[in-house]
Design a binder for this molecule. Structure first.
Ligand code: FAD
Ligand code: NAD
Length: 473
């Protein structure tokens, strides 16, 4: 039986990045993955394919009309969906095989199959077995440390009958070979908005049914209101405060969704596709955690301490499988911190500086505390806001919707949070993440020279705004 310092179960962003970092730190590492390719949800059926389709569909929409404002006239615009899907698949393939190459480069052993605990020990080490596609144990390995990075799986709700075709999840919605005529999306969260936007841009009528009474309730309310206005303008039919009671194959168009509207009246929608996007759940199926005396919490997550250690010595967990936001970049940083701790270094993640981005048009990005959270904690703060309409580069881009908002402590001026809705918000928030990481003040940001003319100047101006000193607004 091969022995390792560290065996990682799951090769998503949490697992594969941890494996590479652990190898850099001199540990002998193996990473077990049940799927044929590495990269997890993010690279295979998540972040990457969705962004590929978001970019392509945005280009299509631009060509359909938005280029006119630039004085660019195009002839008849057509959609070659197989090419668009093929491009997405190619990007996924390049990136997933890139992870395999990185494993070879860093001497991480890539083990394919389903990893599970056995409860057996080999001296100090835990024995993990790997099960092949036919259910047979193909290999057993001994691990001084085990990192669980098994990620998450799609959640659903009672009454929804997934057939993974007409009534599907994000995985199917990334691969439909025809543009739906009418797509009903259940859930106006990140996936609902991103993939709803993709298919709406490509020509589908999109109705989004959301249980909560308003848009993006955990964000700054002004962001939610602006996003709702912009998405409605783009043609998304957003319905809030509704209770979906069933979704199934059938009816004249292929699928039917029933719900109770805000007044409690029963409604039914006929459509040809349904996307169920009501969240994700931690994935611990088949891990045999009980054999090592580990249990999940009531919501199915594996609890860890601030160093990502579970309550079983030598067993660690990171990413979507532990409580907290389900984000690829967070999984990566948790993976790095966990293995640095295992290697005797001070691994740490700053949860005040985790950017959250929705890649719609415009993009929506947030980080740190919202005004409501600070009000509740009794923390005094100032807000600086700068609209994209007042930025020269946004005008040149013809992308003037949105604003940047920076929240700074009223006494110390330390940056506590930010919200951005606008073009490339996901790139702009990186600067604020760095500022928060370095405990910067809005004065620090406002005095840093930003190239002109750039969208990044909106961040500087919002920081100056928190000091009552915006120049261009
Ligand atoms: P995962 O990526 O889920 O990886 C876990 C891996 O473990 C999988 O490969 C799985 O096959 C494997 N595994 C599970 N159990 C076993 C076992 N017993 N043995 C062997 N292998 C096992 N996040 C962002 O930050 N930005 C985005 O733009 C973004 N877009 C998304 C779009 C979609 C459509 C979806 C669904 C998600 C998106 N996410 C995004 C979320 C992101 O994908 C996850 O937060 C991230 O992948 C979590 O990483 P992870 O390593 O914890 O888990
Ligand atoms: P989500 O939690 O973002 O949104 C789910 C939405 O469904 C919520 O608005 C919720 O109120 C709603 N909902 C729940 N039950 C409902 C019901 N019965 N009827 C109607 N609406 C209901 O989850 P998601 O969009 O499925 O995404 C899953 C995870 O993947 C998220 O944790 C997200 O962080 C991650 N993700 C991230 C990105 C990104 O970072 N850009 C992109 C996609 C996915």
């Amino acid at each position: 039986m091969d022995s390792y310092d560290l065996v990682i179960i799951g090769a998503g962003p949490g697992g594969y990045v941890a494996a590479i970092r652990a190898a850099q730190l001199g540990l002998k590492v193996a990473c077990i993955e049940k799927d044929a390719t590495l990269g997890g949800t993010c690279l295979n059926v998540g972040c990457i394919p969705s962004k590929a389709l978001l970019e392509s569909s945005e280009k299509y929409e631009e060509a359909m009309g938005h280029l006119k404002a630039h004085g660019v006239l195009v002839g008849e615009v057509g959609l070659d969906l197989p090419v668009m899907l093929g491009r997405k698949d190619k990007i996924v393939k390049q990136l997933t095989s890139g992870v395999a190459m990185l494993f070879r480069k860093n001497k991480v052993a890539e083990l394919h199959g389903f990893g599970r605990f056995t409860g057996e020990q080999e001296g100090e080490a835990k024995v993990i077995e790997i099960v092949d596609g036919e259910g047979k144990v193909s290999q057993r390995v001994a691990a001084k440390h085990v990192l669980i990075a098994t990620g998450s799986k799609v959640a659903t709700i009672p009454g929804v009958e997934l057939d993974y075709d007409k009534v599907g999840t994000s995985t199917e919605a990334l691969a439909w070979t025809e543009v739906p005529k009418h797509l009903v999306v259940i859930g106006a969260g990140v996936i609902g908005l991103e993939l709803g936007s993709v298919w709406s841009r490509l020509g589908a009528k999109v109705t989004v049914l959301e249980y909560m009474p308003k848009m993006l309730p955990s964000m700054d309310p002004e962001v939610g209101r602006t996003a709702e206005k912009l998405f409605k303008r783009q043609g998304l039919d957003l319905r809030f405060g509704v209770k979906v009671t069933s979704a199934k194959v059938g009816g004249p168009e292929g699928a039917q969704v029933s719900y109770e509207d805000g007044e409690g009246k029963a409604q039914t929608l006929d459509c040809d596709r349904v996307l169920v996007a009501v969240g994700r759940r931690p994935m611990t199926d088949g891990l045999q955690l009980d054999t090592i005396g580990l249990a999940t919490n009531q919501r199915g997550f594996i609890e860890v301490d601030e160093h990502y250690a579970t309550k079983v010595a030598g067993v660690w967990a990171v990413g979507d499988v532990i409580p907290g936001p389900m984000l690829a970049h967070l999984a990566e940083h948790e993976g790095v911190a966990a293995v640095e701790t295992i290697a005797g270094q001070p691994g740490h993640v700053n949860y005040e500086a985790v950017p959250n981005v929705i890649y719609t048009h415009p993009e929506i990005a947030s980080l740190g505390k919202t005004p409501a959270e600070l009000d509740e904690a009794g923390v005094p703060y100032r807000v600086g806001k700068f609209p994209l309409t007042a930025n020269g580069r946004a005008k040149a881009l013809n992308a003037t919707d949105g604003f940047v908002k920076i929240i700074a402590h009223a006494e110390t001026d330390r940056i506590l949070g930010a919200s951005i809705i606008g073009a490339r918000a996901g790139d702009l928030i990186a600067e604020i993440a760095v500022a928060v990481e370095f405990s910067a003040s809005s004065e620090d940001l406002g005095r840093s020279i930003h190239a002109h003319p750039t969208l990044a100047e909106t961040v500087k101006e919002a920081a100056l705004g928190a000091l009552g000193r915006s120049i261009n607004f």
